[in-house]
Design a protein around this ligand. Structure first.
Ligand SMILES: Cc1cc2nc3c(=O)[nH]c(=O)nc-3n(C[C@H](O)[C@H](O)[C@H](O)COP(=O)(O)OP(=O)(O)OC[C@H]3O[C@@H](n4cnc5c(N)ncnc54)[C@H](O)[C@@H]3O)c2cc1C
Length: 504
């Protein structure tokens, strides 16, 4: 552990909002925004809205403690249930119910609230024997870090994909071998990393989990790019270069979603970052890196979180669409019913996937109740196609209402009488209609809204390559159905030849 990390004896267990903010102030992540280093993420205009929401979530877990916390098996303190290693289906359902409390608050619009990486590290720690097979230190490191994270209730970002320079070749064959983050040297104390990773959402957090890249191919050539570790976000040499904020610094009235739920994305630069051995859990083993998510269970536990988020998001879009329809009296049109029905079916599909994943969950080789993979895999491949369509439906229903939309200053300014008259709707006065349509605009048209669409398309991986992985991963099942169809083909063929033989 680095010197900036508090010792486990001071660990608070589940945190409250003020503790989360205090730690960000004391150990600020090294963020850069529009050419300047961010001194305090809790007050910076580009970030404070999202940071404030995260703080609110930490308070919320105490307000709903019965649902969201459990007793730590080591310290006896209350800790977040998203760190639980469930042993029964009831415990597994308890984990998703706890996660739903947060995703209901964000309406599923902050995919990277801390439960996402909490589930990842829980999976890695559960499968520590896999990580430690070959070098037991790595398994022990994963278990120790999991406990440290759980007892301190840390908020983590993560990074996985190499920079998008030349996708036709692997990291080793880029113009510069240190474009992608790479092991520069190894010492008795640890490793030094130089280069970059493409993206980390939620950089205004305590620590960074560097996931093993899953696109490594050659065991020799790609070995310098094969690693997994966790470090503090203020580790010397580590820098996050933020994209432009989608929080315009406006009020909740003007920018209802961007002002609350900006989770930020950043490119991660490793400028000779020293990582002590005790923080490393995968090293130079390409095959192990490629297998780690699936074998440890991290992938299934993270996808479980993703489906909970998808449900909250689908509920939000359905509720929003129905309010838009009702406000302008559009329920008289048949195609509007078709669109609402489509949104409802999407929601129920996600709920069914979650239920199936939990009902078919089974103890894995590490003795942890792992949600069933097939429904989760179906959900993660389907939602990237559903969400852009859901946003399209909001645009189709809202139409010009999504641009005929005055601001808070207009509503409280000298044209208020015009606004009262011309912005009324069939079932809402102007002062209800305008914030509703601003919410729809922020969902379907603003920079915040379009970033959400891009997020859903890609955050879990390129849909094209995910489909490829799905086909190879479920090949046996697909072959079984192909064999059944072949039976029918053969039957017809055999009958035809038998008939021909009889008549000749
Ligand atoms: C909003 C957002 C947030 C994200 N947050 C995170 C995060 O927190 N941490 C993190 O690690 N990552 C994050 N990601 C990155 C995400 O994992 C990637 O977007 C995803 O893996 C796809 O990689 P890419 O974006 O580099 O696309 P590329 O791989 O560069 O793909 C670009 C295009 O080329 C095609 N292509 C590229 N290679 C192939 C191939 N071999 N075969 C077929 N087609 C190919 C793709 O289909 C696509 O059309 C985030 C992405 C977004 C958009």
């Amino acid at each position: 552990m680095t010197a900036t990390r508090p010792q486990p004896t001071t660990a608070p267990g589940a945190r409250r909002g003020e503790q989360f903010l205090a730690r960000l102030r004391e150990s600020p992540p090294n963020l850069w925004y529009r050419g300047e280093q961010v001194k305090d993420v809790t007050t910076h205009p580009a970030l404070r809205g999202g940071v404030g929401t995260l703080a609110r979530l930490y308070d919320l877990q105490w307000e709903r403690a019965d649902e969201t916390l459990y007793t730590s098996p080591t310290s006896g303190r209350k800790v977040a249930k998203s760190f639980m290693m469930p042993r029964t289906q009831a415990e597994l359902r308890g984990v998703s119910a706890a996660m739903k409390v947060w995703h209901d608050y964000t309406r599923g619009l902050m995919g990277r609230v801390p439960d996402y990486i909490n589930r990842a590290i829980t999976g890695y720690a559960a499968g520590a024997a896999f990580l430690g097979d070959g070098d037991p230190r790595f398994g022990e490191n994963a278990k120790r870090y999991y406990e440290y994270m759980r007892e301190n209730d840390l908020c983590l970002t993560h990074t996985l994909v190499p920079p998008q320079a030349n996708r036709a070749v692997n990291s080793a064959r880029q113009a510069d071998p240190y474009l992608s983050a790479r092991i520069k040297e190894e010492t008795d104390a640890g490793i030094v990393i130089r280069g970059c990773r493409m993206l980390a959402t939620l950089p205004m957090s305590d620590e960074l989990m560097v996931f093993p890249s899953t696109v490594l191919k050659s065991p020799e050539e790609d070995a310098p790019y094969a690693f997994g570790f966790c470090i503090a976000n203020n580790t010397p040499g580590l820098r996050f270069i933020c994209r432009e904020s989608v929080d315009y610094g406006r009020t909740h009235f003007d920018h209802p979603l961007g002002s609350r739920f900006e989770e930020m994305d950043a490119v991660v630069v490793f400028d000779d970052v020293f990582v002590p051995w005790e923080s490393v859990f995968l090293y130079r083993d390409v095959i192990k890196c490629n297998q780690a998510y699936a074998r440890t269970g991290a992938l299934a536990h993270m996808t479980h979180q993703v489906v909970v988020k998808n449900i909250a998001k689908s509920e939000f879009i359905l509720g929003l669409a129905s309010l838009l329809v009702n406000s302008i009296g559009a329920e008289v049109f048949q195609h509007i019913h078709e669109k609402l029905a489509e949104l409802w079916v999407n929601l129920e599909t996600m709920k069914a996937f979650l239920r199936a994943a939990e009902a078919d969950a089974a103890l894995d080789e590490w003795g942890v109740m792992r949600p069933a993979w097939n429904p989760l895999d179906a959900a993660r491949n389907l939602f990237p196609r559903l969400y852009p369509r859901m946003v399209e439906i909001i645009q189709q229903i809202g139409a010009s209402g999504l641009v005929a939309m005055p601001t808070q200053q207009d509503v409280t300014g000298p044209l208020v009488e015009d606004i009262k008259k011309y912005y009324q709707a069939a079932r809402a006065d102007a002062f209800d209609r305008i914030p509703l349509f601003r919410l729809a605009w922020d969902t379907a048209m603003s920079a915040f809204g379009s970033r959400q669409v891009l997020y859903e398309r890609f955050f879990f991986g390129d849909p094209v390559r995910m489909a490829g992985a799905l086909v190879s991963g479920h090949n046996d099942q697909i072959k079984e159905y192909a064999a059944r169809v072949m039976d029918l083909v053969k039957e017809g063929r055999d009958e035809a030849f038998a008939d021909a033989a009889k008549s000749s």
